[in-house]
Design a protein around this ligand. Structure first.
Ligand SMILES: Nc1ncnc2c1ncn2[C@@H]1O[C@H](COP(=O)(O)OP(=O)(O)OP(=O)(O)O)[C@@H](O)[C@H]1O
Length: 811
């Protein structure tokens, strides 16, 4: 059977194609150029007819006489042909004939598919007739507009179906043309208008003034700081000292004024694009490479079709008009920008050199890098000096500089110098505005970019929360933790759409995160039955953490079914419409869990909290759940081994003892910080000193108000329901024990004739567990059939009337 089928198929094809492909290359050249030239000549004749047609009319009756002259540029033949096709034929639409003839020539010359040419001719003739009838609607007999054909067909149609009927018929003809020729569908028209609307909006927002000020501000700021640097250097340091040529008596001293925001410079010069390789003139033989088409699976084909028709899935569409908070909501500080106090620099340098020389340590060179709160003096000791000797002098140097918070880094990793960090007398504030406006943050492609502050070399410090993947924040009271948390949240609010990220906020202190209540329906996630999205009650924290564990398991299941390794891959696939929402797939937002006072939780709930936190920390990175945990008390019974092992990224604000510093950072350093947002950041290896960006409560309030005033989702993002151990998950056969939503669920299932828990989850906004329990109850009530593996359960009740009867009979 298999052998017989292809034979009859092949035979007619060969017969049909043979004559058209028998032309030799020379014949094709002759025929092709003949057709191209004919097409051009017809076009010329037609154009000429537009100007001379009237005059040539009289000459046409004596067409055969040699004396009679015509004005057409192709003389009598041109006049005759134009009259035949335009005047007595199809009017202006006849121009398409010349295009079709020319196109045929091109097809023959280039050896293109004749099938396609046939289609061009078919649709070409179709549109010629259609245009002729359309123009004929407005013209007269023998009119140049629609020609005789257009006029006659029109008058015929109008006699029978009237003017309105003719118009409707024309519209119908156009629809046929668009639908079959260009595969236009109703949905694609809707999608086109939607995307056009979005493009216009994007265009408008990209030219929005707020971007310009960012760059302008930056440029201004950069200019100001640069000027300040130059001015102070000119005043205080008239001659520049070269570090390479140290003088014999005094130590060479170089001030390294780090360029403010080097990353903020915006490149205006267009990048030169690589030129295509030039054709080798000598090569006579060209090789044609057949395009290799990838074999697509059925699902891929369907996805491609869907993307073609509707475009990529856009998760932000529901809040398509959402506007990100503008930069103006953040405050500008007068004390911003690095100010160089040359006297202070010289003084500190001399003291460092003196102290070290008291201990017989010679210095080859010294360099200063001025940061927002501390200045780093990098020294290169003379040959033969032991590094440990300098490290041991930490307290002595601190004493001689009479300053707190001196930190010695010996040696600076990767540099071969020794660093001494000395706090500036006047520290400068790093405003949230300056870090948000930085190019580094604005143009970051990170999944969850967080602008934490500025490093010692005054560069904006941006990290990706998704890469951390969890963050532990610790510091004594009043050292800047809450400000740090607000900086993290603000960064995400400035960069992520409500569809892309959700926060679960735990605030046992009850006051720190309340401002975020205003953005509940935009950015917060909560348990289905809870009133407030911000969790202040410790028992609710346990439920929420367990619920997040269920969400994690659900997401892993989705990822497994979608054959994806992480949330980013999954979402890309979902946007490309390769995952079917009917199988429970949906766009997954990142979830960021913030716990403001972790010590408090551990003290009251202990293992009940630690276990789910540790589970989430161990497993949740791939599915987009990230934890940020802050604590005042960084003791070992709060930050336990299991927590530490799963939080490689840590931020330490100032702590009071070396032991606390060791608990957070596995080393000292946090005890030598100066507070007020001065912090050390580590992601498992080096310690980086950063001045945390400062964002004040009124600023957060303005941002949340701005977002809160915009259109929101109907509710906060609902996490799966978690029923504590006492809730039980056994099958409830007793009618009185049925779920409140049992009847609603039965209606949903019977209407859709599909017995699946995920359908209930979506339609009734239920957690996975609750939906599963209701399905069990529906099974017990005989409404759905038993579990059938990956298939949906069979629905045993055919319609809603039967369902009513079924439920009545039960009572
Ligand atoms: N990055 C910063 N820049 C400048 N000042 C800061 C910064 N961070 C904090 N401060 C100052 O320190 C004060 C206390 O900060 P914050 O409230 O964040 O401390 P905290 O560690 O959360 O304290 P607690 O644990 O008691 O809540 C702030 O009111 C502010 O004046």
């Amino acid at each position: 059977m298999a052998k017989n089928k292809p034979k009859p198929k092949k035979a007619p094809r060969k017969k049909f194609k043979m004559p058209s492909f028998k032309l030799s290359s020379q014949q094709k050249l002759v025929l092709g150029s003949f057709l191209v030239i004919s097409g051009l000549l017809i076009g010329i004749a037609f154009v000429s007819h537009l100007f001379n047609g009237q005059i040539d009319q009289s000459a046409l009756s004596e067409f055969t006489s040699r004396e009679v002259k015509t004005k057409n540029w192709l003389s009598k033949f041109g006049a005759w042909l134009s009259d035949l096709l335009i005047q007595r034929g199809f009017g202006l639409a006849s121009f398409i004939f010349s295009e079709l003839v020319l196109l045929s020539g091109v097809f023959v010359l280039m050896n293109l598919s004749l099938d396609k040419l046939r289609k061009h001719w078919f649709w070409g003739v179709y549109i010629i007739i259609w245009l002729s009838v359309l123009f004929g609607f407005f013209g007269n007999r023998n009119d140049i507009l629609g020609g005789t054909v257009g006029f006659e067909v029109n008058s015929y149609l109008q006699d029978y179906i009237g003017k309105t009927g003719t118009i409707l018929l024309l519209v119908f003809g156009l629809i046929i043309y668009l639908a079959i020729r260009f595969k236009v569908t109703f949905e694609s028209i809707v999608a086109f208008f939607k995307s056009a609307k979005k493009d216009i909006k994007d265009e408008l927002s990209s030219t929005d003034e707020e971007i310009v000020p960012i760059d302008n501000n930056l440029a201004e700021e950069a200019e100001e700081i640069k000027k300040a640097h130059e001015a102070s250097l000119e005043n205080n340091q008239p001659t520049k000292k070269e570090p390479e040529q140290p003088k014999t008596e005094t130590t060479a001293f170089e001030v390294n004024v780090s360029e403010p925001e080097p990353e903020s410079e915006i490149e205006l010069v267009p990048k030169s694009t690589p030129k295509p390789p030039q054709k080798d003139d000598d090569s006579e033989l060209e090789i044609k490479v057949e395009e290799v088409k990838e074999e697509l699976s059925e699902a891929d084909n369907l996805a491609n079709k869907l993307v073609e028709d509707f475009g990529q899935f856009d998760p932000t569409l529901e809040l398509g008009k959402f506007q990100y908070p503008p930069l103006e909501l953040l405050k500008k500080y007068d004390t911003e920008g690095i100010k160089i106090n040359q006297e202070e620099l010289e003084e500190n340098k001399n003291r460092i050199v003196d102290t070290l020389s008291n201990y017989k340590i010679g210095i080859a060179s010294i360099k200063a890098t001025i940061g927002p709160t501390v200045t780093l003096y990098e020294i290169v000791p003379e040959a033969g000096v032991r590094i440990s000797k300098i490290k041991n002098l930490e307290d002595d140097i601190a004493l001689s500089l009479s300053a707190l918070g001196i930190r010695i880094i010996a040696p600076i990793p990767g540099k071969g110098t020794i660093g001494i960090e000395v706090p500036n007398k006047d520290s400068t504030i790093v405003s949230m505005r300056s870090v948000i406006a930085s190019k580094k943050f604005q143009s970051s492609e990170m999944q969850l970019p967080v602008a934490l502050g500025k490093t010692i070399s005054n560069e904006t410090f941006v990290v990706d929360l998704a890469k951390m993947p969890h963050l532990l924040m610790a510091g004594a009271t009043g050292q800047g933790k809450s400000v740090g948390l607000n900086a993290v949240l603000t960064s995400l609010l400035y960069k992520k759409h409500p569809a892309e990220v959700k926060f679960v906020l735990v605030d046992p202190k009850k006051v720190e995160l309340t401002l975020f209540n205003k953005i509940e329906r935009h950015y917060l996630a909560k348990l289905p039955d809870s009133e407030d999205a911000i969790i202040t009650d410790n028992t609710k924290v346990i439920n929420t953490l367990n619920s997040l564990c269920i969400e994690m398991d659900n997401r892993y299941e989705l990822l497994k079914n979608a054959l994806c390794r992480n949330i980013a891959e999954y979402n890309v696939k979902f946007k490309a419409r390769k995952l079917n929402p009917n199988d429970g797939h949906q766009f997954l937002p990142y979830i960021v869990l913030v716990v403001d006072e972790f010590a408090d939780l551990i003290m009251t709930a202990g293992k009940e909290v630690e276990t789910p936190i540790a589970r989430l920390a161990q497993l949740a990175r791939a599915i987009g759940i990230h934890l940020i945990i802050a604590t005042q008390r960084p003791s070992v019974n709060v930050i336990t081994g299991i927590i530490k092992a799963n939080f490689p990224a840590r931020i330490a604000f100032r702590v009071t003892s070396k032991i606390d510093s060791r608990t957070i950072l596995d080393g000292s350093g946090a005890d030598q910080l100066i507070g007020r947002g001065d912090m050390l950041y580590t992601q498992g290896n080096d310690l980086i000193r950063v001045q945390c960006a400062f964002v004040d409560t009124p600023e957060v309030e303005k941002i949340t108000e701005f977002i809160g005033a915009q259109k929101a989702y109907p509710d906060a993002y609902l996490l799966p329901e978690y029923v504590g151990e006492e809730g039980g998950t056994s099958l409830d056969i007793d009618i009185s024990d049925r779920d409140k939503l049992f009847k609603d669920a039965a209606i949903v299932i019977v209407t859709a004739q599909q017995g699946s828990a995920s359908l209930l989850q979506r339609k009734l906004k239920l957690g996975y567990n609750r939906a599963g329990r209701i399905i069990d109850q529906l099974e017990a009530a005989g409404i759905v059939g038993p579990f059938e593996g990956s298939k949906a359960r069979q629905v045993l009740v055919p319609d809603l009337i039967a369902l009513d009867q079924h439920l009545e009979n039960e009572i």
